[in-house]
Design a protein around this ligand. Structure first.
Ligand SMILES: NC(=O)C1=CN([C@@H]2O[C@H](COP(=O)(O)OP(=O)(O)OC[C@H]3O[C@@H](n4cnc5c(N)ncnc54)[C@H](OP(=O)(O)O)[C@@H]3O)[C@@H](O)[C@H]2O)C=CC1
Ligand SMILES: CC(=O)N[C@@H](CCC(=O)OP(=O)(O)O)C(=O)O
Length: 346
């Protein structure tokens, strides 16, 4: 393909940055022109990632301040919260796709409450597009700054928004239980994330106070046209990548078959969203390494309620794959370009 877009990946020594580079390597419309790291600046991708050994030709990891952004079309921010907004707000010229949480919440005060400090660049919040691709196709082509959703909100909103918009579920008593692989926690060394600590175990974390709740509530309030307060409990499980959510909802007079038909309508023309056959619950093994989303709905034993299951790969549809899906629309490329790899199994 001629006229490939030039991309810089900030944070390429982290899990989402490296997965973005992995996907970009086989994307026919993209050229990786710059890669950044912090402590690992000065090293090569092939030195710090086992799967990058064949790609010694990639640009070296440098500090973000040393990148010449005048030759870059798209900057991907794969950096920790706060550091991301601080750095990205200093870049003018290229269009920006941020994978951190910094530009997802529209209200700077809510950000300060949940992220433990004042927003580093509140003036940019109003213009940031919330980039859950399936619901942002109208605004992505002209966006300058895109906030990719968190991995948990991505899965939850893909299951809930079509039902909420159709009035098939009620904006109360939404309970989301989620399981995540360990890459969701990033690559930095933490004692709690050692194999000996998380192997052969499953445990919830951030019980009652996970920072993805205000993000889900913000987007669901738009879909319901009513305020929403929900319950969300994430669990860490011993797998490297993948995310599964089990969501119970109250039906709003609709039957489970009605709700299923709404999801079917939504998924029919979606390249990456797949409604599973009746009775087959979603599993992480169906999507590993891919940008695909699988979901299903079943009746709860408690009358008037339904159970949704949804699975994604946290590093692909939950972050880097969705970021490239957004870039494709921003660059007027076909949406699935570079994202059509089948899931990896076994
Ligand atoms: N992991 C996931 O499943 C998902 C993550 N996200 C979000 O994406 C972002 C990246 O996550 P992830 O890849 O997991 O994180 P990692 O911890 O794996 O990587 C962080 C990256 O940022 C760099 N970095 C750290 N501090 C600074 C700093 N102060 N200035 C510049 N660069 C810095 C690191 O460089 P070095 O290695 O040199 O220290 C590294 O390249 C986060 O905001 C995360 O919340 C979003 C969706 C899913
Ligand atoms: C297992 C694990 O720790 N997961 C991360 C989610 C990563 C992600 O999507 O989130 P942000 O971009 O919002 O940080 C967490 O719960 O914080």
């Amino acid at each position: 393909m001629n006229n490939r877009v030039s991309i810089a990946v900030l944070g390429a020594s982290g899990y989402t940055g490296a997965d973005l580079v992995r996907l970009a390597l086989t994307h026919p419309g993209v050229e990786v022109v710059a890669l950044s790291a912090n402590a690992k600046a000065g090293q090569a991708m092939a030195d710090i990632w086992p799967h990058m050994v064949p790609y010694r030709h990639l640009p070296p990891l440098v500090k973000a301040e040393d990148i010449d952004f005048s030759r870059v079309d798209f900057v991907f921010g794969c950096l920790p919260h706060a550091a991301s907004a601080t750095l990205l707000s200093q870049i003018s010229g290229p269009r920006i796709i941020d994978l951190s949480a910094d530009f997802r919440l529209k209200d700077a005060a809510t950000y300060a409450d949940w992220y433990g400090g004042a927003h580093p660049a509140p003036a940019l919040l109003a213009d940031a597009v919330y980039g859950l691709t399936e619901f942002a196709r109208a605004t992505l082509p002209s966006a300058r700054l895109v906030a990719c959703p968190g991995c948990y909100p991505t899965a939850a909103l893909l299951a809930l928004v079509p039902l909420a918009r159709a009035g098939a579920i009620r904006p109360v008593n939404i309970t989301i239980n989620a399981l995540s692989g360990l890459t969701g926690a990033g690559r930095s060394l933490k004692e709690a994330n050692l194999f000996a600590e998380i192997g052969e175990a499953a445990a919830p974390y951030a019980v009652g106070h996970h920072r993805h709740m205000p993000e889900m509530e913000q987007e669901l309030a738009l879909a319901f046209a009513a305020p929403v307060t929900l319950s969300f409990t994430p669990h860490l499980v011993p797998m490297s990548r993948g995310e599964l959510e089990t969501i119970t909802v109250e039906l709003n007079g609709a039957s489970v078959a009605d709700a299923r038909a709404i999801i079917e309508d939504f998924a029919r023309d979606e390249p990456f969203v797949h409604l599973l056959p009746d009775g087959v619950p979603a599993s992480t093994r169906m999507v590993r390494g891919s940008n695909h989303v699988v979901l299903n709905i079943a009746a709860d034993r408690i009358p008037g309620r339904a159970i949704l299951t949804v699975a994604i790969d946290n590093l692909v549809k939950g972050s880097s794959g969705q970021a490239l899906q957004n870039m494709n629309l921003m660059a007027q490329l076909p949406e699935p370009t570079g994202l059509d790899a089948a899931p990896l199994f076994p």
